[in-house]
Write a protein that binds this ligand. Structure first.
Ligand code: AHR
Length: 513
């Protein structure tokens, strides 16, 4: 019966939309169908030894004039605590497959230096190593996600790293850790066995890497109650063969398989300015970003073939926008500004990830500070929160909540050959509160959104909105509050339904009781 009513409403909607060009949107949420959890780990982050992500961004050292807590920037630490980040991936990225962890332990003055060949050829002094990273995770109360070196490291080196971090026993590596000042082992769950092994991580063929994954995996032991969740280096974008081969040859040996997908305009030549772009560029970006759903579906279909019970998680452990670096900055440092357009990419991507919680167990935006689509930018002792930061702040309500399926009837726009609905949303429920995140992609027109929560009796609504004068707006060190969430007054309850006036180019989160 309810289905019939919705069908009649849909027909009416299409008729009205076509006949009067109104911008009405109908959403129907199905709380009764909510069973699937949204893993909080979908809201994960990534920190690589790249540009000023680690040095200057997260870590300044205890002797710095920049206010710090045991060497970590206090301003950045506090801002990240507010986001409740669930996990942090480190030390790379491409850097991980050239990183030799033993260079980053012990007295700092004795730590050997290396050249960061992947990122600008800078000299890495290894002053931020295993202890500094794992202690940071403790301060942030998040799970560490370590990327091990398969590309240029040995099985022995990887095995010893796991032992060093997690063994409580009277073992050589546990004793070395104790000698370096840490008595108690850390708990390390997420462990990546290589990164981009098809490229910077060793330029391997999938068959060869699948064998290496199996081999390295054997020696990554579980010590003293620590249980590793082993993640295989997965495909990039549209490389479905990589997923096929990995699942076929090593699917039963892994807990997770990664996927990297960047919203980027090709890998050669200009990727476009982060701030100076046209409306067409913006819509192209939205289309490219949303294409991730199809890409994920195709990888998941392959995984389903080999793993019907969905034991292996799909870990989208690198995603986000990739623009040209800011003029005058080192091309190897990947430092880019972050506008309201980036906030849209974050919002739309997270809405997609929420939907596939039965397979997607983790996602990590690239990268946390000063690199690619960062949530934070720093310059000397100054810090600015980006529009993307605010999306993670607004969306944190979905972490570990129950996903609520929904139908959306919205007008569409043709972008990159696909009809994209101009209103995009995601809903979840936790502790008796229902949350809905909505994005009006349209740069020009407001939408009147009617949300029917089926059998849910709703009595109150409150929320926040992120928008700006133009889609190109961003926060600078001089004007840090140009793009910032504001209280949202545009939602009202009428006859048990939610009526929302969703301004053009805006993203809204609502709490409904
Ligand atoms: O995030 C920047 C780089 O992109 C990572 O190091 C690598 O894994 C990917 O190619």
């Amino acid at each position: 019966m309810k289905k019939t009513i919705f069908l009649i409403a849909s027909t009416l909607f299409i008729f009205l939309s076509v006949s009067s060009q109104t911008k009405d949107v109908i959403i129907r949420v199905h709380p009764e169908q909510g069973t699937q959890p949204i893993s909080k780990h979908i809201y994960g982050h990534f920190a690589e030894h790249l540009g000023s992500c680690i040095y200057g961004g997260l870590w300044v050292g205890e002797n710095s004039s920049i206010p710090n807590t045991k060497g970590y920037r206090t301003d950045v630490l506090e801002a990240l605590k507010k986001l409740q980040i669930p996990n942090l991936r480190w030390p790379g990225g491409c850097f991980a497959d050239e990183y030799h962890w033993m260079d980053g332990i012990g007295p700092k003055e004795n730590r050997p230096k290396m050249v960061n060949n992947n990122w600008g050829g800078t000299v890495e002094d290894n002053s931020f190593g295993t202890h500094e990273f794992l202690n940071l995770c403790e301060l942030l109360d998040c799970e560490p996600y370590i990327s091990g070196n398969v590309g240029s490291g040995t099985v022995e080196e990887m095995a010893k790293w796991v032992e060093y971090m997690t063994s409580e026993g009277d073992s050589p590596m546990a004793n070395l850790r104790r000698k370096n000042g840490r008595d108690k082992a850390w708990k390390v769950k997420y462990f990546g066995v290589g990164n981009e092994s098809w490229g910077c991580g060793g330029d391997m063929l999938p068959e060869y890497y699948a064998d290496l994954f199996r081999r390295y995996g054997v020696y990554c032991r579980n010590y003293d109650g620590n249980k590793l969740f082993k993640i295989a280096s997965g495909a990039s974008d549209y490389d479905y063969n990589w997923t096929e081969v990995l699942m076929k040859k090593a699917g039963t040996k892994m807990n997770g398989l990664s996927l990297h997908y960047y919203t980027v305009k090709g890998w050669n030549g200009s990727k476009g300015s982060a701030t100076d772009f046209s409306p067409d560029d913006y819509y192209w970006t939205v289309g490219k970003c949303l294409e991730i759903e199809e890409v994920i579906q195709k990888h998941m279909a392959i995984m389903d073939k080999y793993d019907k019970e969905k034991k292996v998680g799909l870990m989208v452990d690198e995603w986000g926008t990739w623009w040209d670096v800011e003029p005058g900055t080192n091309p190897g440092f990947l430092y880019q500004q972050n506008t309201l357009r980036d906030a849209f990419v974050a919002a739309l991507s997270l809405n997609v990830f929420n939907k596939y919680g039965d397979r997607i167990q983790m996602a990590n935006i690239a990268q946390i500070v000063n690199v690619l689509q960062s949530v934070i930018l720093t310059k000397g002792d100054k810090m600015v929160l980006t529009p993307t930061y605010y999306i993670f702040d607004m969306y944190k309500v979905h972490q570990d909540a129950t996903y609520l399926p929904m139908d959306i009837l919205s007008d569409t726009k043709e972008i990159r050959g696909r009809n994209i609905p101009l209103v995009n949303a995601s809903a979840s429920q936790k502790n008796g509160i229902t949350h809905i995140t909505l994005a009006n992609i349209d740069l020009d027109a407001e939408r009147n959104v009617s949300v029917d929560f089926s059998n849910l009796n709703i009595t109150s609504v409150s929320g926040e909105i992120l928008t700006a004068n133009t889609i190109n707006d961003y926060n600078t060190f001089e004007k840090p509050n140009a793009v910032k969430p504001q209280p949202f007054q545009g939602a009202t309850i009428v006859n048990g339904k939610l009526n929302i006036k969703l301004p053009a180019k805006s993203i809204v989160v609502l709490a409904i009781k």
